[in-house]
Design a protein around this ligand. Sequence first.
Ligand code: BMA
Length: 308
Amino acid sequence: MLIKRYHDNPILTKDDVPYPVATVHNAGVVKHRDTYIMIFRSHKRNGRSILGKAVSKDGFHFEVDEKPFMVPSDEGVFKEYEEYGIEDPRIILFEGEYLITYSAYSRNGVRIGLAKTTDFKTVDRISLITEADYRNVVIFPEKFNGFYARLDRPHSEISPWSIWISYSPDLIYWGESKLIMKPLQYHWDEMKIGPGAPPIKTPRGWLNIYHGVFPTMDGSVYRLGLVLHDLEDPSVIIAVGDEWILQPEEPYEITGYVHNVVFTCGAVPEDDGTVKIYWGAADTVMCVGTAIIEELVDHCLNNRRDPK
Ligand code: BMA
């Protein structure tokens, strides 16, 4: 097993949240001054999502704040585009600031919001950085030739749910976009793929833990897999692992608000060469598992499939 599930999963459920929510899932996680910060998504009881915050000293036992961390904005352009809720945050540390990307839902579709914080006490929205219909934006924690880079997942009927890369000089204006990876027919990720946790820098490349979706007669199954991107030019894919590394197997992954889902928005690399991978299970609870980063890279390099 490449990913060892924590023995006491799930690590966070709606019962741990001091305000009314129906779910706790799809969380971005970072380590901020020896404290693990988890920004998680919850469905409210009207079906729309908000973001909560939980903190932990060991990455396994989390305590939730009294109040939500971010709720749909009631100001300006954000008010219009967050009307239906905010979802699936990803967090990176960039030059002393934490950047948070999230999906903003409204009657106009889903687009990506970008916010920043330095202390996780206050948070400032910067911009809506895509039009509709985009989800799953992860920003690289380094610049390439002076430009920020992001992986994301626009959708179109001609080329459904594939992974793209775009660049920006200032985090606001993005361009030079290109498609770098597609779902593979009759494969575990044949229906959709999307960036998962923000990429992790390893000596052999940027490790991107992505999600893939397979349609079945019993609904879709969400699993996790691996992609390795070139260190200097992340638009170059060195390898895509052919096999999934995590699939719904435990009861709380198989049954819930949405059955058969493991979905990651965050992974925390540790100094000892391991990584804590966090995933939402069945869109209902949060789980964690550990893996050895070099084993993930080996796995990706040793069993490849074509990126497109
Ligand atoms: C995707 C997103 C995720 C969710 C998944 C399974 O389209 O909505 O947030 O975890 O479906 O329901």
